[in-house]
Design a protein around this ligand. Sequence first.
Ligand code: S3P
Length: 433
Amino acid sequence: MPIVRFEPARRLAGSLRVPADKSITHRALLLAALSSEPTRIRGALDAEDTAATAGAIAACGATVTGDLGEEITVAGRGLHGLRPPPAIDCGNAGTLIRLLPGVLVGQTCDRVVLDGDDSLRRRPMERVADPLRAMGASIWTAPGGTPPLAVSGGEPLVGFTHGLAMASAQVKSCLLLAGLAATGVTRVVEPGPSRDHTERMLEAAGAPIRRHADGAEVEGPVERIQLPDVDIPGDPSSAAPLAVVAALLADDEVRLTGINLNPRRTGFFEVMRRMGADIELVEAGEVAGEPTGDLIVRRSERLVATDVGGEEIPTLIDELPLVALLGALASGTTRVTGAAELRVKESDRIAAVATTMRSLGVPVDEAPDGFAVRGTGRIPGGRMDAEGDHRIAMLGAAAGLLSEEGASVGGYEAVSVSYPGFARDLVALGVEA
Ligand code: S3P
């Protein structure tokens, strides 16, 4: 397992376009596969997770031509024309394995097996399986409610109102996709607002979707959708670790360009600002129905602790590990609460954050639903392991750059899931290789 060393960095400067948005890429591929005519997708994320989705739609009969990171054309098969193979490997992609059942229940197929790597095999799936069954679908999960799962499609589905126990864009998206094939209204009610990319994209594709303050609904059965050609904006979750390093080390300023600034994705930058970071979001237009623009980060003199919780959590769910890093460098105690969901991400991210930060010399208290970090203003450094989780690998790398003695990141290759060029981009911003 490769160990990559990140030495303390002195400065960060320049401008960079971060990789394309992973959430939007997954959705564009799936909706293009369900479209009646070909869709061109420009600048999709070329990483392991999205390659799994491109592979999945191709295996189901959509024709995918071109280069993911450049431009691809997806010739879809219409809402009910996909012909899934007996088994689909979803790799590490939680979004794929949660959204795909919503697509498959509308296709003619029998017990298609969805499986993935060891990390994916620990992800709870009943949260999508159970509500799909309530709509009339046949779907089985492994004991414990995890993958592998089996999905049959083509059975009559009826609309249903789903009250979600937790705000989850993946669950919401799966059910809205299934709702396209169901008779009547499929409504999803969320306890708090999760990312709304599926709603935006379904609307652009002409689906009869209605938004509500507490969720969304779709009225089916829908005959056709057509995703227009789409450019994919940059991923705020990939910008986040660079923004943290820049907040401490920016020389003049660091500009991260073309980022998706959907307010349901930018909670982390608000938290950074609250902690005293000098960070500016400059909106510059719309891409894929999402507000986009640049993130400008200047060096901050002083960071102060903050509390993160409640409805804010879904807006920075994937960036919460980085809050621990900022907390270590701030004065006071930074607390994250109401984030039990982190326990069932690509790793148990509460445990992984605590272990990582402790390995690097920063004391962290773990709670069932979050963590607390007493800021000392310093990260001594050391050796940590990514535990197969891309976000933890980037946490370790960023921590190393901001540490006194550097960090060795075991399992660094996990970054390929969302940001294969992370180390190269750090070098482009002036970090010495
Ligand atoms: C995602 C939603 C989030 C997030 C995941 C991507 C999506 O999960 O953690 O990395 O693309 O819909 P939940 O909404 O299930 O919490």
